[in-house]
Design a binder for this molecule. Structure first.
Ligand SMILES: CC(C)(COP(=O)(O)OP(=O)(O)OC[C@H]1O[C@@H](n2cnc3c(N)ncnc32)[C@H](O)[C@@H]1OP(=O)(O)O)[C@@H](O)C(=O)NCCC(=O)NCCS
Length: 175
């Protein structure tokens, strides 16, 4: 088995269950990439956005850990998390510094340019059907003998009990 194939999904529950075992509506999640010492060296935020889509935000890998495929791995897990929630599309705003390097990186993961986002950055989107094979190809190409990083999905900070309840009520149409 290659390192890319041995990567495993986040271990934490991705749905915030309620008494009785009923799954709550899906809330924004952060996927954290950690070393064995629990140092967070990368992360990405995933949230439901529009019908059938996820929004990918705040992707970052700490500099000493870049270039090993962790960025692709985080995007791959964000897409898989969306897929498990029944979402078929993903979009993002690329925080490109003007060099086009980041845009090329996202294009290699299956994203295509769709114009300018609300914050003036290039917006990109993809279907999961297109992106998942692309990220798998990139993982195979980039990840060779991965050091022991793990990924963990946690509810995005800022989701206090009150905002969580409000969000659930909104999602259920009670507000
Ligand atoms: C973009 C980023 C998440 C990639 O993480 P990573 O773990 O190095 O990603 P991978 O190892 O999977 O791929 C490395 C690729 O990132 C590309 N890249 C894009 N922006 C980069 C940057 N600022 N620094 C280093 N590499 C960058 C490199 O070109 C490289 O691609 P190549 O191997 O085809 O040349 C990481 O570089 C980063 O955190 N950058 C700063 C924050 C950022 O721009 N986030 C995106 C917000 S939309």
């Amino acid at each position: 088995m290659t390192a890319a194939q041995s990567l495993h999904p986040p271990s934490e529950p991705e749905r915030l269950g309620r008494p009785g075992g009923e799954p709550a509506p899906w809330l924004p999640m952060d996927i954290l990439c950690e070393t064995p010492d629990s140092e967070v060296v990368g992360q990405v935020s995933v949230s439901p956005s529009g019908p059938g889509a996820i929004l990918i935000q705040n992707l970052r890998v700490q500099e000493p850990h870049r270039g090993q495929g962790l960025g692709v791995w985080l995007v791959a897990e964000a897409l898989r998390l969306g897929g498990r929630q029944g979402r078929g599309r993903a979009w993002l705003e690329a925080d490109d510094n003007g060099s086009g390097r980041l845009l090329r990186w996202y294009r290699a993961l299956g994203f295509r340019d769709i114009g300018q986002g609300a914050h003036g950055q290039p917006a990109m989107e993809t279907s999961l059907a297109r992106a998942l094979p692309a990220v798998q190809r990139q993982l195979r190409a980039r990840v060779t003998g991965l050091p022991p990083y793990t990924l963990r999905a946690v509810p995005a900070p800022g989701f206090t009990a009150r905002s969580r309840a409000a969000s659930i009520e909104r999602a259920e149409g009670r507000r």
